[in-house]
Design a protein around this ligand. Structure first.
Ligand code: XMP
Length: 503
């Protein structure tokens, strides 16, 4: 495998992905994290925001002395190696950011098949002033800065970022390093992953009783179908209908998983209890808490009745990396906050079959397993569902209005091809009524906010620049078709400072 040591670069995950796409298994570790070096075929030091000459800047990993293979140092990774081996790094007078022209001045395996002049992406203020003794410069930037260097034994160092798309031949450089310098053979494919994972799950779980909370979200769906392939009927998928789902979802999701995919699915109709518990509650945090606790209660009852010993969770690799960065070494439970408290309470063992995959890999695996597009390309939906999209008190009447209106909005986006272009689009029912005219009569109906955002992982987001005609179509259809809505507005707030959801 290829190990990427993370020094805090915003591109670390990108390095890991490019390597996977090239057909090698990659793993990201934090620089201060322990590592068993036995199976490591290549090491990459990522970039990072710090300066090596500053006190307390991150150093070489503790395990590095035990590692005998080769290293690719990128940006901070280059400076770190130079600094550690007695060279000099300085702050540049003119920092090089963005596109830079580069010239290869000495042939090397890492530049095999690449033109002598190329455009690369730089993003650091520091650069190498003097290389350690045994190193040679193999590429220079047009300002004369050392852009690439090697000792031709252990270290290949790049001042620029080969992992970003703006670097021409970036992929080729990484591939050359892995195949020509490290002599690795690509052997990572998602077909193999599926086969191996199913065998592994079968061994680990045969004869066991396993439960999952299936919501129809991408990650949990793929995890459940994979486990189903391994152990069939011994996986019970519990689908809790809390009444806060989108229009027809409580019919559609169970139908797909039962009829199309053959899963053992138990649907629990808990709509009444949830509505009762939520009656009169206005505070968003209280609503979330009630919904979460109630969900656990319903799910726990079924899991106990079934005699479950294991719980499936749809944790994916970005969740694992994010939680490692924030200092918690255990995987975060993101896809279903709702069953978060359950494993300890019930003494269930957690199974996370997707925890080494990136989101796009999860989607491909899902497609290979035959899960329909409508599930695989679904937008994220919060655990508390429409409960946090009705601002203020939740009532049955408001739920009906919101379901209808949101369905119209999403249909418009699907018809016009915008649904798959946005990260998340939805409607929010406001506790505000507004005056209007319908026919000759005065009307006094609710205000509906449309929200659509572009984002990568949901951590930050910008409002989608939907064309006016699309907004117009959605607004007119909603006002004509949905009783109870008298005014439609579009939310143009970014995150931060706003959040994606309204509550
Ligand atoms: P915010 O509103 O925090 O949302 O900007 C970021 C992403 O997380 C989703 N979200 C949730 N997901 N339980 C979930 O499973 C929740 O309580 C929850 N709150 C927000 C939100 O839809 C967006 O994708």
């Amino acid at each position: 495998k290829v190990v990427i040591v993370d020094y805090g670069s915003q591109y670390t995950q990108l390095i890991a992905r490019v390597i996977r796409e090239l057909g090698y298994y990659s793993q990201v570790v934090q620089y201060d994290e322990p590592l068993d070096t036995d199976e490591v075929g290549a090491v990459i030091f990522s970039g990072g925001p710090e300066s090596v000459y500053e006190e307390n800047s991150p150093g070489l990993p503790e395990w590095f002395e035990r590692y005998n293979g080769k290293v690719l140092g990128i940006c901070y990774g280059m400076q770190l190696v130079v600094h550690a081996l007695g060279g000099a790094v300085e702050q540049g007078k003119t920092a090089e950011y963005g596109r830079t022209e580069l010239e290869i001045i000495k042939d090397d395996d890492i530049f095999s098949g690449i033109e002598k002049h190329l455009t690369v992406w730089m993003s650091h203020g520091d650069h190498v002033k003097k290389l350690p003794k045994t190193f040679k410069t193999i590429a220079k930037s047009k300002d004369g800065i050392i852009a690439a260097a090697t000792d031709e034994k252990k270290f290949w160092l790049l001042q620029f970022h080969p992992e970003v798309r703006h670097t021409s031949y970036g992929r080729e450089i990484i591939e050359n390093f892995l195949s020509r310098v490290c002599k690795l053979v690509p052997n990572w494919s998602l077909e193999d992953f599926i086969k191996q994972k199913i065998n592994e799950l079968r061994e680990h779980l045969s004869g066991k009783k396993v439960v999952a909370a299936l919501s129809g979200g991408v990650d949990s769906s793929v995890a459940c179908v994979l486990v189903h392939r391994a152990i069939g009927e011994n996986l019970l998928n519990v689908f809790v209908d809390h009444g806060l789902l989108r229009k027809n979802e409580e019919e559609e999701v169970p139908r797909i998983f039962r009829q199309v995919l053959g899963l053992n699915l138990l649907k629990i109709d808990a709509r009444k209890v949830f509505l009762e518990k939520l009656r009169g509650i206005v505070d968003p945090e209280k609503k979330r808490k009630i919904i979460g606790e109630q969900f656990i209660r319903v799910f726990e009852k079924e899991a106990k009745r079934y005699g479950a010993t294991h719980l499936i969770q749809g944790t994916i690799y970005s969740d694992v990396i994010e939680s490692a960065k924030s200092g918690k070494k255990t995987a975060a439970i993101k896809s279903h906050h709702n069953v978060g408290g359950l494993p300890q309470r019930m003494d269930l063992e957690i199974v996370e079959p997707l925890k080494n995959l990136f989101k796009d890999e999860v989607r491909i695996v899902g497609e290979m397993l035959g899960i329909p597009r409508s599930i695989i390309h679904r937008q994220p939906f919060p655990g508390p569902g429409l409960g946090v999209r009705i601002v203020g008190e939740i009532t049955e009447e408001k739920l009906e209005i919101l379901k209808e209106a949101d369905d119209v909005f999403i249909q418009v986006l699907k018809e016009t091809g915008w649904y798959e272009k946005t990260w998340q689009a939805f409607s929010v029912l406001l506790p505000v009524r507004s005056v209007g005219v319908r026919g000759d009569k005065r009307a006094y109906d609710y205000v509906l906010a449309l929200r659509s955002v572009d984002s990568v992982e949901g951590m930050t987001a910008d409002w989608s620049r939907l064309p006016h005609e699309i907004l117009d179509l959605a607004s007119r259809r909603i006002l004509n078709r949905v009783k109870g809505i008298g005014r439609v507005v579009y939310d143009i707030s970014s995150k931060p400072p706003a959040t994606i959801e309204w509550e």
